[in-house]
Design a protein around this ligand. Sequence first.
Ligand SMILES: [Zn+2]
Length: 270
Amino acid sequence: MTIRIGVKRGRPDQRLGRFREVLLAARHTEFYAPQLEAAGLATRWGVGSLREIEEGLARLPAVNLRAFLDCPESFRNPAVRAEPQPATERVERTPGGWRRALRLAPHSIAGSFGALKSLACDKPSGKACMIRSLRRVTVHSRVDRGLLREADRDSLWRAFELPVFEQIRGLDGELLAWECEAHTGLHLHAEHAVAEAPGNGGGGELVLTSLAGLRYPMLRMLTGLVGRYAEGLCECGEKSGRVILSPCMRTPPAVGRESLDFASQGALAR
Ligand SMILES: [Zn+2]
């Protein structure tokens, strides 16, 4: 099987610089330290000598998501402090309140599925005040917690009566990919992610590397998501490469439902 590296758009020098930062951060983690040592990437000189991202990735083994779920602490870089929880991950009783204070009309309501579900539960009772300007619901899903199930997506649609779009975020909560406006897959955030996935001809497991996560570095993570990589102009007008997930994606084997308050998979590419 031919593996293609999703390197689209973005400035190569900046992306390589970000990759180097992630490698240097990963040196401080219990899990990656020995791998980087074996790959000759445990020193600033070794990391600095890389000429391209692919060269570094080729030296590293793929990592099963299970390794992270079993011991997240071994992936933590103690040199980086935890950031405050993003406001979008908290339940917002009056979505867009601060925007209204500034006289800006919010067009999207966004957050984790748990936060949105909580808001949806409050909506019929009038506790949550929805704003007429809202045009979409954006769900922040994470690699380690799985994607929306179709039933979850439908429940959000019924609750908010707005189109639902999903984002995939990394172990630090960084944006890695977003759902296409035409629902034809997930566009990669070129500045934040490198994807390894089979090309247009076939399907296989998506392997993701984050170029933005420094507290929980993610290098060559086997996501359990099955799909293929596609290039070229998308129906939505976007030129960046996208991952088209299989309509019958399998549940990431490493993700247990017991760790979630919602489902672990869903069909994004329809
Ligand atoms: Zn698109």
